[in-house]
Design a protein around this ligand. Structure first.
Ligand code: GLP
Length: 254
């Protein structure tokens, strides 16, 4: 497990874009898993600029969303389908589960089959929820959980109220790749920024591996980089001043 700490969100975006673009340079037909959320927004904007400025090339790559809401038309403001349409206009095949699928459980299972058929993720990018969720694997998600339909927690629904226009408009359920599906990625890049992520980042990186903090399952992955800003890293023991921090200099400052 590697941890890289940058100053703030402004530094995080270009670094995340570098890492994602580098993966496509190393393997032009790379398969990416991608999250939504506010965290990757600036990185996605940077990737768009590089692609349209011909400084990055994803023409042979493909991408898959890692989750989606369930029970609404894809064109509903707030869906992940709309998110990617607005925020990551890169001419690659971007696969998304259909939020209006009549059988969302079957939809997301078939979608996970599509990821496997494509060869699996070369790089899966993740964010982390304030409650420690990854994709829509909410607290309680087992290490061996697979793609499935889930009920969203009140925290997760509240985080999306603005995007959907109101809390009532946020779907109660989502489709997600499971923890085991995400851990099958050959490499993982987890992005976290801001004070609100300091506690879940600490719990995920330094706490026990537990279903109560789904991101803690990532500790078992052989090729994972946590890219954090100072605020998100602020509660890590390894960042604490004094002997504990000095004895465990895991975090690399750029
Ligand atoms: C969302 C998504 C996750 C995302 C997380 C954090 O609900 N399902 O994939 O990583 O919450 O979002 P944000 O970056 O807005 O904090």
């Amino acid at each position: 497990m590697r941890i890289e700490v940058v100053a703030d969100e402004h530094a995080l975006a270009p670094r995340a874009a570098d890492l994602i673009c580098d993966a496509a340079l190393a393997k032009p037909d790379a398969v990416f898993g991608l999250p939504t959320g506010t965290t990757p927004l600036a990185a996605y904007a940077e990737i768009e600029r590089r692609v349209w400025g011909r400084r990055a090339d994803f023409s042979r790559a493909s991408a898959f969303a890692i989750d989606e809401f369930a029970g609404v038309p894809w064109s509903t403001p707030g869906t992940n389908s709309m998110f990617f349409r607005r925020h990551l206009r890169v001419p690659w095949p971007l696969h998304l589960p259909d939020p209006a699928a009549p059988d969302p459980e079957a939809e997301i299972r078939a979608f996970a089959g599509g990821v496997r058929a494509a060869g699996g993720f070369d790089l899966c990018v993740l964010g982390i929820g304030v409650n420690g969720h990854i994709a829509f694997n909410e607290p309680g998600s087992a290490r061996d959980s697979r793609a499935r339909l889930v009920s969203l927690t009140p925290e997760s629904r509240a985080a999306h109220a603005e995007a959907f226009g109101s809390l009532d408009a946020v779907p109660a359920r989502g489709m997600t790749l499971g923890v085991a599906d995400l851990l099958e990625a050959r490499a993982l890049l987890v992005l976290a920024q801001g004070d609100a992520k300091a506690a879940p980042v600490r719990d995920a990186l330094e706490g026990a591996m537990t279903a109560a903090v789904p991101a803690s399952w990532l500790q078992g992955h052989p090729d994972i980089l946590w890219l954090l800003d100072e605020a998100a890293a602020s509660r890590l023991d390894s960042r604490a001043p004094g002997p504990a921090g000095a004895a465990r200099p895991r975090a690399k400052k750029r």
